[in-house]
Every structure is written in structure tokens, then in C-alpha cells.
Design a protein around this ligand. Structure first.
Ligand code: AMP
Ligand code: MG
Length: 337
């Protein structure tokens, strides 16, 4: 398969600022939320772009301080450490949890932000080089999912003291939404935010060309399975079984968990890309669809609960897309059925 420089996760690890005239693009990459973020702005002079990039960093620093479970006193840290009862939260966390709860309901529990303890168990098992025991998973799963938490006007009510939440499946998309909302208030005439496996564009490129995004080939994440043309204000989120994993006794167990079993999901899909109007929703749905598998994901799409399009990359290498993407997707090297 062809190699392509335009990958979703851009491998620029340190701050870099390029460009110097108003007519060209200005780009900055930095790390936050355990991932690499690249922001590209069009039609902006160097100084204004620099100011915008600083503000992007401020926005992300604030959101990370709310949503990271490892930053002391973050909203997620306070939720996870609290006993049962109400925990007051920032309005942005409440909005995030509201969407997470709704997607959990609409996907019959496939999306579940209460699997933090199960993910932690898998990480611990990797260091101990053993598989989790069935009883360990059953015990942890009994403190997740339906009935373990609910939202109040001011925060969350923890009904199970052992509940542990993890924004990993939705937070990056939501943070991309926050960056997009801010950048649209600046003088940039267009731009692109690449946030790990979440991408969104706005306005227009200086040269008027389309925003074309390569979707990684899950079998060879150094190559791409195809290219999608992304309309402005449409968010793209990709979830894949190749992204993060633990390795136990030579076998890889990827990071997207089936909330029914506590094991890595195994729905026949290696990767799912979702396109829709909200980054947070695209992020949550891409994770959920990995668990749901193709048939249930298509049922969700046909139900029109959410308006979204999807690219499904199956474990056997085949690719299927929803009807709305016929004009926007060109496959590279994979079967397109
Ligand atoms: P993503 O890369 O957006 O698909 O998110 C995967 C991350 O979400 C994992 O690394 C976990 O932190 C968390 N996660 C794992 N399984 C689920 C699930 N079934 N529902 C919601 N979040 C999950
Ligand atoms: Mg996700």
C-alpha cells in the first residue's frame, strides 16, 4: 500500500510553529491529553496565529485539568475518589457526562465511560504478565454501567462508591469541539484540528482545495486504507484495535473493551471512522461502533437517532461505507464493497 504523509495522528512531538505571511498556513503541534494535537490555520498572520495557538493550549490545559483522571483534584479524579453521593462538577464536565450517558443508552451500553477500573486491571495484568481472572472482571463490571451513576443539575450522583469513570472514549472529540468553537471566533479563514484520531476542519484552505484526510490501514498503520474528503464543520473520529493495547504472554489485547465481558471487543471490526456534526459524538460513536460491530452500528445509523456516516474496516481487510460517503471516500488497496 502507498505510504502517505497525511496521517490522522501526526508524529510531531514538540512545539513547532511555521509560516510567516497572512496568505499561507500556520501550523502548531503540541501534546495534551496523552496525544498529539496539530492545529493548522489559514489566512492568518504569524502573530495572530501565535496568539490563537496559545489560547488553544490554554483551553486544553483547562479541559485536561477537568477530565484527566490522573491530575489531582480534576473532576474525574474527584468522582473516582469520592464515596457515594453527589459530586459538584464544572458545567463542561456535566455536558460531557450528559452526552456519554445518552450514547450509553442509545448503544445499549456498548459505550460505557465507567470501565476505568477494568482498563486499570488490564494494565496491571500486563505488568504481572497474566490474564485477568474471570472473577476479577465480573467483580469490576458489577460496579460499572447502568445504575452506578446519574446526573444531577450540579454534578454527578455516584450510586456505587466503587464507580470509576474514564473520559478516554469521548474527551478528545469534545476537546476538539472546544478548540473549533474558539478558532471560529478568530480571524482565521479556515483551519484544521487533528487531535489524535479526531479531525475537524472549518472554513476554507487558502488555495481552495478540499480537506482530504487519510484513514490508517489497521493492518499496517504506517499505510492508509483510503482517503475521505471532509466537509467543513464535520468531525471525523477513528477508533481502532491497533491504537493502544496491552501485551500479555505475547498476545495483544487492545484498549476498546466490551462492557459485557471486560475483554477487548471482538466484533469483526479492526477500525471504525465516524463522521458527524459533533466531535464528542463522533468520538463516542466510533468507540461504541467498534463494540457494536457492523450490523448493530448500521441499525443505529438507520434508526436516525444520530445523523452520522461511517467507514468500517473489517478484521479481514474488507471495507464498507455508509451511503452518504459514496462521493467522499476513495479506497486505496482494500476491497470496497
Ligand atoms: P477511542 O480511542 O476513542 O475508541 O477510546 C478508547 C478509550 O476509551 C480506551 O482507551 C478507554 O480509555 C475507553 N474505553 C474503552 N472501552 C470503552 C467503551 N466500551 N466505552 C467507552 N469508553 C471505552
Ligand atoms: Mg472514541
Amino acid at each position: 500500500m502507498k505510504k502517505c504523509a497525511l496521517f490522522l495522528a501526526v508524529l510531531l512531538l514538540s512545539l513547532s510553529l511555521t509560516g510567516c505571511t497572512a496568505s499561507t498556513e500556520q501550523t502548531m503541534s503540541f501534546s495534551a491529553m496523552d496525544t498529539v494535537i496539530t492545529v493548522k490555520l489559514y489566512g492568518m498572520d504569524f502573530e495572530s496565529a501565535n496568539t490563537a495557538f496559545s489560547e488553544c493550549r490554554n483551553i486544553l490545559t483547562e479541559l485536561e485539568a477537568l477530565w484527566s483522571a490522573t491530575i489531582p483534584n480534576s473532576d474525574f479524579c474527584r468522582i473516582n475518589e469520592a464515596a457515594a453521593g453527589e459530586i459538584l462538577l464544572d458545567f463542561r464536565t456535566i455536558a460531557l457526562l450528559r452526552l456519554a450517558s445518552e450514547v450509553q443508552t442509545e448503544t445499549d451500553g456498548a459505550f460505557d465511560i465507567s470501565l476505568a477500573a477494568v482498563s486499570a486491571l488490564w494494565k496491571r495484568c500486563e505488568t504481572e504478565n497474566r490474564l485477568p481472572a474471570a472473577e476479577e472482571l465480573t467483580e469490576l463490571l458489577s460496579h460499572s454501567g447502568n445504575g452506578t451513576w446519574e446526573l444531577s443539575d450540579r454534578g454527578i450522583v455516584k450510586t456505587d462508591p466503587s464507580l470509576c469513570l474514564d473520559a478516554g472514549g469521548i474527551g478528545k472529540g469534545a476537546a476538539a469541539d472546544a478548540l473549533l468553537a474558539y478558532l471560529k471566533t478568530t480571524s482565521a479563514t479556515g483551519g484544521m484540528i487533528s487531535f489524535g484520531s479526531n479531525v475537524v476542519c472549518f472554513g476554507q484552505k487558502t488555495n481552495g482545495s478540499a480537506f482530504r484526510i487519510a484513514v490508517k490501514d489497521p493492518k499496517d498503520p504506517g499505510s492508509y486504507a483510503g482517503i475521505v474528503t471532509l466537509s467543513a464543520d464535520t468531525s471525523l473520529s477513528v477508533s481502532g484495535d491497533y491504537e493502544r493495547y496491552v501485551e500479555i504472554d505475547g498476545t495483544r489485547y487492545h484498549h476498546i473493551l466490551d462492557p459485557m465481558t471486560g475483554y477487548s471487543c471482538n466484533s469483526g471490526l479492526s477500525s471504525v471512522a465516524i463522521l458527524c456534526e459533533s466531535g464528542a459524538l463522533a468520538d463516542a460513536l466510533s468507540t461504541a461502533c467498534m463494540v457494536l460491530g457492523y450490523d448493530a452500528a448500521m441499525e443505529l445509523q438507520h434508526s436516525q437517532t444520530y445523523r452520522f456516516e461511517a467507514i468500517f474496516l473489517f478484521s479481514d481487510g474488507s471495507v464498507r461505507i455508509t451511503d452518504g460517503l459514496r462521493e467522499c471516500w476513495s479506497a486505496t488497496g482494500s476491497d470496497l464493497s
